[in-house]
Design a protein around this ligand. Structure first.
Ligand SMILES: Cc1cc2nc3c(=O)[nH]c(=O)nc-3n(C[C@H](O)[C@H](O)[C@H](O)COP(=O)(O)OP(=O)(O)OC[C@H]3O[C@@H](n4cnc5c(N)ncnc54)[C@H](O)[C@@H]3O)c2cc1C
Length: 185
């Protein structure tokens, strides 16, 4: 943490834009979020359409190209993810401890094979949601965090250094109901 010039709390459009501008100014920036990249937008209604035109949503001088007059939630999510990748933002985007209620909300999103394929096609690995009902996720016991970032080798190295045993961005990665066998508890 001490190696960064700027740490942006929140990987929404504002945090990403700030980190991008810091990076363009030659600074090293880290983006932290309690959820996924553009966590707020990710949780908007699935078919949400923005009320502003694309150019007002742009960051880092990157064009947001949409066939629609107003971009959709999906288009915005893809755009911001690409922008973060383009500028190789360092992310430490974490879904950490989840209450049983939060786990239930995630679980109720459902997850059949078709849903996984569809969500992953739209969102990449981030599209996957949990298979574990409340009480059956390592997140409910503070035993798991989800970490994201472009330099995966570095993240794995850091995760190992602070004692994490498993690192996975596999789109088919699931929270097995018998997660405790994975963590040996
Ligand atoms: C239905 C709807 C439609 C909208 N349409 C438009 C539109 O057309 N045009 C427009 O300009 N705006 C629109 N907005 C508003 C839009 O969401 C914001 O403009 C935009 O998301 C703001 O970006 P932000 O980065 O400032 O905040 P957010 O997108 O809210 O990002 C904040 C981030 O901070 C994270 N965070 C919060 N607290 C913590 C914490 N304690 N620790 C770590 N991370 C944390 C969150 O998880 C989130 O990822 C709309 C909003 C809604 C709900």
């Amino acid at each position: 943490m001490t190696d960064y010039d700027v740490i942006c709390i929140g990987a929404g459009p504002t945090g990403l834009a700030t980190a991008i501008e810091a990076r363009r100014a030659g600074m090293r920036a880290l983006v932290l979020d309690k959820g996924c990249l553009c966590n707020s937008i990710y949780h908007y209604p699935v078919n949400m359409v923005f009320f502003t035109t694309p150019e007002l949503l742009e960051i880092g001088d990157l064009p947001l190209v949409s066939p629609n007059e107003k971009p959709t939630r999906i288009e915005a999510l893809k755009y911001y993810r690409k922008a973060a990748e383009h500028y190789q933002l360092e992310g430490w985007i974490v879904s950490g401890y989840r209450t049983m209620h939060e786990q239930e909300a995630l679980y109720l999103q459902g997850r059949t094979s078709a849903e996984v394929a569809s969500r992953v096609a739209l969102h990449g690995a981030r599209g996957s949601v949990t298979d574990a009902p409340p009480g059956q996720s390592a997140h409910n016991y503070g035993l798991a965090v989800d970490i994201e970032g472009p330099d995966r080798a570095k993240i794995i190295e850091l995760a190992r250094a602070i004692g994490f045993g498993t690192v996975s961005w596999d789109p088919s990665h699931i929270e097995w109901p018998n997660w405790h066998t994975l963590v040996g508890r």
